[in-house]
Every structure is written in C-alpha cells, then in structure tokens.
Design a protein around this ligand. Structure first.
Ligand code: COA
Length: 329
C-alpha cells in the first residue's frame, strides 16, 4: 500500500514591509492597539507586478529542491488561494506549473480560505494513497493586499502577502506517513468572513460589481475561531489515540496572537510547542501554515521525524487539522 509522506517545505515572502505605524497613517488605529489586540507588528506586501503565482512558484522551487524529487517527477500541483491571479480561470496552479517549466501535469486550485493548506494536504494524501499520483506539489499563496480594503481598520491591519509550498510523495514506509487529516465546514456561518462582490451571489451585477474585498465580523469570527480550532484538535488527537505531548510543533493558522494563545492554553500546549509567526507576517490565509513551517525549518528547529500538528480555520466557514511527521532533510 502507498502512504503519503510530507517531504519538504519552502516559502517566499515579498520584500516590502508594511508596519503598524504606516497603517496608522492610513486608518484610525495605532501600533499599540494592533499589537495588543492581534500581536501583529508588521506584514509583507507584494509588489504591484508580483502575482500570487510568482510568489507560489518561488516557494515551490525551494520546496522541490529540498525534497530531492526531480521536477519532472511532479505529477500534480494543487494551489490553495483566495487571491488567485485571475478569478475563475485559468487556475493559479496551472500558471505556477508553467512558471516551473512543467507541462502535462494535473493542476487545479481549491478555495477553502485560511484552511486551504490543510485541505490540500488531505487531497494530496488521498490521491497518493489511492495510487493515482506519486509526487504532489502543494502550494498556499496569497496576495491578500489585492483584496483588502485599506479604508477598513477592522480588516486591513490583519492581512499580508506571501507563499509556502511542500512536496508530498508516495512511500511504502508507514512510519513516514501523514497520520491523519480532519477537515470540515459549516456554510451557515458564511457571512462572518466573505468577499461579497464579484461573483454570481453578489447583490450587484457580477460583471459590474465593486472591487472584490474581504469583509469580516471580527468579534464573532474571533469566538468561533477559538472554539473550532480547539475542538478540531481534540477530535483528531482522540481519533488517533494521541495526546498533545506527542506533538513536537503545534502550527496553528496565524490569524491573531490572542486566538493562538487561547487555543494553545485550552489544549495544554507548552509554549515551546507553539509556532508563532503572526507578529512578522500577519494573516496570510492559505499561505500562513506553510510559511510558519518554513520558519521553524530555516531557523533549525524543525528536524526530520518531528511530529507536526496543523490547525486551521477560515472563511466558509472551514476548518481542518492534520498530524504528520516531517520527513524533509
Ligand atoms: N484600531 C483601533 N480600533 C479599532 C480597530 C483598529 N484597527 N478595529 C476595531 N476597532 C475598534 C472598534 O471600532 C470598536 O470600537 P467601539 O468599542 O468604539 O465600537 C473596538 O475597537 C472593539 O472592537 P472589536 O471588534 O470588539 O475588537 P476586537 O477586540 O474583537 O478586535 C479584531 C478586533 C479584528 C482584531 C478581532 O476581532 C479579531 O482578530 N478577530 C478575528 C479575526 C480573524 O482571525 N479573522 C480571520 C479568520 S481566518
């Protein structure tokens, strides 16, 4: 039987830093307020001509190189994004495939907002375990600055740009396998976090609608996030007869330090288990978890065989968690 193994990680962050002080000149807010309520100190903003696919391809090149898998042996590319190069088509995954010099490869995007990366870990696992694919490149890439309303202080302080990627490959060794991926959704909470314009659900004519920007009910989202992120992890640990001591690195979606702290405490995670990058990148949606994994990889804290617990939550509402050993070198 084929098992799916998480072989490598890579990430890309744009050069430009947008500080809290700079945002304070754009909307009625302050560095003190943003830091205290969110833990975010700065975020990255992509250049005007830098696309989601450019960032995704940059992260992917690193992930492929670190995986030891030959580029030509990649047989599928999945991209998780809510800020694609083009809404509808072509998919950002197909554009990334061309930027990597790959053709004849299955490529598609998925839309699960901030949970996107956990969803594509699950999709890759299923394709590999079914025997249909052998080496899958998964990419979370976001240019959220393109869909952020910089006159809305409730959202513009939170979001940033960046990309992360990983290679998931077939193995016969069960000890290297992704243990489990648990995902879910509840569409009845759709209005908490959405981009109301630009689609057929828009109140405006889809083709004449306003700029596509995110809108959020922050306070309600906060409470549902803490509840869902916590119950989600309890469920996957219980299902696999594991406890939090067996987890080397807990990697929650980087939305808000207060959410992460509340969830970490509820799950009795020790501080050194909890990975935090929200201060320097803000919320990068589908890119947040792979960027965080890459951060501990590049700082030397992530070692082969370390057990990772991924935990995400986002628009939809969607949620998901995954337990997997990191099998990169
Ligand atoms: N600067 C200063 N004041 C702000 C502000 C800002 N950037 N944003 C909101 N406020 C104000 C509000 O207008 C409100 O003022 P009022 O009391 O005079 O009405 C006050 O701060 C409290 O607002 P509230 O929305 O209750 O604040 P909060 O503590 O919930 O913090 C968020 C707001 C957005 C930081 C927080 O709700 C949050 O992080 N939510 C989750 C967001 C998230 O993670 N989304 C992505 C999920 S994937």
């Amino acid at each position: 039987m084929a098992y799916a193994s998480f072989r490598s990680i890579g990430a890309y962050v744009p050069e430009r830093i947008l500080s809290n002080d700079e945002l304070s000149k754009m909307v009625d807010t302050s560095d003190e307020w943003i830091t205290k309520r969110t833990g975010i100190q700065e975020r990255r903003i992509a250049a005007k001509d830098e696309r989601t696919s450019d960032m995704g391809a940059n992260a992917a090149k690193i992930a492929i190189e670190r995986s030891g898998v030959k580029k030509e042996d990649i047989d599928m590319i999945i991209c998780a994004t809510i800020s694609p190069d083009y809404f509808n088509m072509p998919s950002t995954a197909t554009i990334i495939s061309t930027k990597l010099g790959l053709s004849q490869v299955t490529a598609f995007d998925i839309s699960a907002a901030c949970t996107g990366f956990v969803y594509i870990v699950g999709i890759a696992k299923a394709f590999i375990e079914s025997g249909m694919k052998k080496n899958i490149l998964i990419v979370g890439s976001e240019k959220l600055s393109a869909i952020t309303d910089y006159s809305d202080r409730g959202t513009c302080i939170l979001f940033g740009d960046g990309a992360g990627a990983a290679v998931i490959s077939a193995t016969e060794d069960k000890s290297e396998a992704i243990v489990d991926v648990n995902t879910g959704s509840d569409g009845s909470y759709a209005d908490l976090l959405m981009t109301p314009n630009g689609g057929t659900g828009s109140a405006h004519d889809a083709l004449e609608s306003d700029k596509v920007c995110m809108q959020m009910k922050g306070n309600e989202t906060f409470k549902v996030a803490v509840r869902t992120l916590t119950s989600d992890v309890k469920e996957i640990l219980e299902k696999n007869s594991m406890n939090s001591d067996e987890i080397t690195h807990f990697i929650p979606h980087q939305a808000n330090y207060r959410i992460i702290k509340a969830v970490g405490d509820a799950l009795k995670m020790r501080d050194e288990q909890v990975v935090l990058t929200v201060a320097k990148y803000g919320n990068t949606s589908g890119a947040s978890i792979p960027m965080a994994i890459n951060d501990i990889y590049e700082s030397g804290k992530l070692k082969k065989g370390d057990m990772l617990l991924l935990d995400a939550f986002g628009g939809g509402l969607t949620w998901g968690s995954a337990i997997l050993p990191f099998m990169g070198e």
